[in-house]
Design a protein around this ligand. Structure first.
Ligand code: C2E
Ligand code: MG
Ligand code: MG
Ligand code: MG
Length: 291
């Protein structure tokens, strides 16, 4: 109840609140304005094919341009947005912006890359999501393997399995693939990979970080890659920062790499500079494959 009141009238409650609770109220209020003003940007982090090093895609990562604080990380505001429901309009903006950017890049002769975006559990469960996807793709061209929704294990565990699966299938029918993000950090078992129509597994950065020196992490990464492959899935390793990690992952047959070694997330115009020298035929051919 206090939280509800705080949304509209933060001031009278201020003296009783902890500093962090107050900061949280301010953040939520600012976020509400940011949504109205579309004060967000997407940055794109390159994803390469492990074997060849060819650029095959990018992950769209949101940033908030705060008028006083500058760029704010999604780690700070996405959890708040999820709690107060603003994640729904934010997620819709992200999806529409990725579809718009993809169409713009194609129209301007850039290669068709596989663009991946993060879909919050709250957004995934929103009744209107499949319809929104349909509408946006009707305007922006078909996806056929070139758009990927990243969801986390918690989304798969979030409710009735049949409902989750039906929703995934509905979205997949429109040519969108699913990647399981931050794989290994949640509580789901490997059986979830078989149970749900997931196409790509993204090994969490925390497992890649100490590879290959840490024997436990190295074994785990190897096991995830082998298991995913035996189920017919592709594997992306997140947080690849060293050439040693890249060689280790290549030797294990990992499919795709993402991380600071390959490239940091870049604003759209800076990302264009790294797409430009690409042989477009090779990249486009890559996308028409099933995920
Ligand atoms: P994520 O989806 O796991 O994205 C990867 C994060 O790791 C990104 O942080 C990226 O910048 C960072 N990263 C990539 N390579 C490296 C590396 O080599 N080393 C290190 N140290 N970090 C690396 P970012 O952009 O701050 O995003 C954080 C998280 O916020 C994302 O994790 C994702 O869960 C969430 N997020 C980002 N954009 C969106 C969005 O549009 N919608 C939703 N719902 N969540 C988003
Ligand atoms: Mg992600
Ligand atoms: Mg991730
Ligand atoms: Mg992660």
């Amino acid at each position: 109840k206090a939280k509800q009141a705080g949304k509209n009238r933060a001031q009278p409650y201020a003296p009783h609140m902890q500093a962090d609770a107050l900061a949280r109220v301010h953040l939520e209020a600012d976020l509400r304005i940011a949504v109205e003003q579309r004060a967000f940007e997407l940055h794109y982090q390159p994803i390469v094919e492990c074997a060849s090093g060819a650029l095959v895609g990018a992950e769209a990562l949101i940033r908030w341009r705060h008028p006083e604080r500058g760029m704010i990380s999604p780690l700070e505001f996405i959890p708040v947005a999820e709690e107060c429901g603003l994640i729904v309009p934010i997620g819709e903006w992200v999806l529409s912006e990725v579809v718009r950017q993809r169409r713009d890049w194609l129209a301007r002769g850039y290669p068709l890359l596989r663009l991946t975006l993060n879909v919050s559990g709250v957004q995934f469960r929103e009744a209107g999501l499949p319809e929104l996807v349909r509408t946006l793709l009707a305007e922006g061209g078909t996806a056929r393997g070139s758009l990927v929704f990243e969801i986390t294990e918690s989304v798969l565990m979030s409710g009735n399995d049949e409902n989750v699966e039906a929703r995934m299938c509905d979205i997949k029918e429109q040519g969108i693939c699913f990647a399981l993000d931050d794989f290994g950090t949640g509580f789901s078992s490997l059986s979830y990979l078989k149970r749900f129509p997931v196409d790509i597994v993204k090994i969490d950065r925390s497992f890649v970080r100490d590879c290959p020196d840490d024997g436990n992490d190295a074994s785990l990464v190897e096991a995830i890659i082998n298991m995913a492959h035996s189920l017919g899935l592709r594997v992306t390793a997140e947080g690849v920062e060293s050439a040693e990690q890249r060689e280790f992952l290549r030797a294990l047959g990992c499919d795709y790499l993402q991380g600071y070694l390959i490239g940091k997330p870049l604003a759209a115009d800076a990302f264009e500079a790294i797409m430009a020298p690409l042989p477009s035929v090779a990249a486009a051919a890559h996308c028409t494959e099933s995920c």
